[in-house]
Design a protein around this ligand. Structure first.
Ligand code: ZN
Ligand code: ZN
Length: 170
């Protein structure tokens, strides 16, 4: 169990039940970005009595308690949301829009950006989330092949007659 997490929850008057602790530990241990369903499946293996509703409710609670961050990761997989604990240092998520791979970028540039935004706008930042979408090295190669292939198919097809504008009524 993360000691600061327990303290934070206590300060907010949230009791850290065994099930809540289990979910928090799972998120922390996997170090991945899990969606609620994935987390439910992992948790269920350890505690068969745990049900989906509890998992969803607990995630909401942990999010409100500031212990867990909710991410949409560029909606790469639809409107699914992903969760990670806030024990990690601030990082940007670099998402491949083709294969869905997520990398984490840590480093000083993020803190620098934060400080610049704060001083520029006189803004107090509570939360910062950086997401970068594009193609990973592997997918860039595959993309290039796909584009070439599409072009070849296009050029081997007989030329289509120019489409006539739709007929107007009246
Ligand atoms: Zn990729
Ligand atoms: Zn992350």
């Amino acid at each position: 169990m993360i000691p600061e997490a327990a303290k934070e929850l206590k300060e907010r008057g949230i009791r850290l039940t065994r099930q809540r602790q289990l979910l928090l530990d799972l998120l922390d241990k996997t170090g991945q970005h899990l969606d609620a369903e994935h987390l439910y499946r992992l948790a269920h293996q350890q505690d068969p009595k745990l049900n989906r509703v509890t998992v969803y409710r607990t995630l909401k609670l942990l999010k409100e308690g500031g212990l867990v961050d909710e991410l949409d990761l560029m909606h790469q997989t639809g409107d699914q949301h992903f969760y990670e604990t806030k024990t990690k240092q601030e990082h940007a998520h670099v998402i491949c829009l083709r294969c869905g791979k997520v990398e984490e970028f840590f480093g000083e540039p993020l803190q620098k950006l934060r400080r610049q935004v704060e001083s520029h706008f006189g803004f107090q930042i509570l939360i910062a989330r950086t997401e970068i979408g594009g193609y990973c090295a592997h997918c860039q190669v595959l993309r290039a092949q796909e584009v070439n292939q599409a072009r070849e198919e296009e050029s081997s097809r007989p030329a289509k007659p120019a489409r006539l504008p739709g007929r107007r009524h009246g």
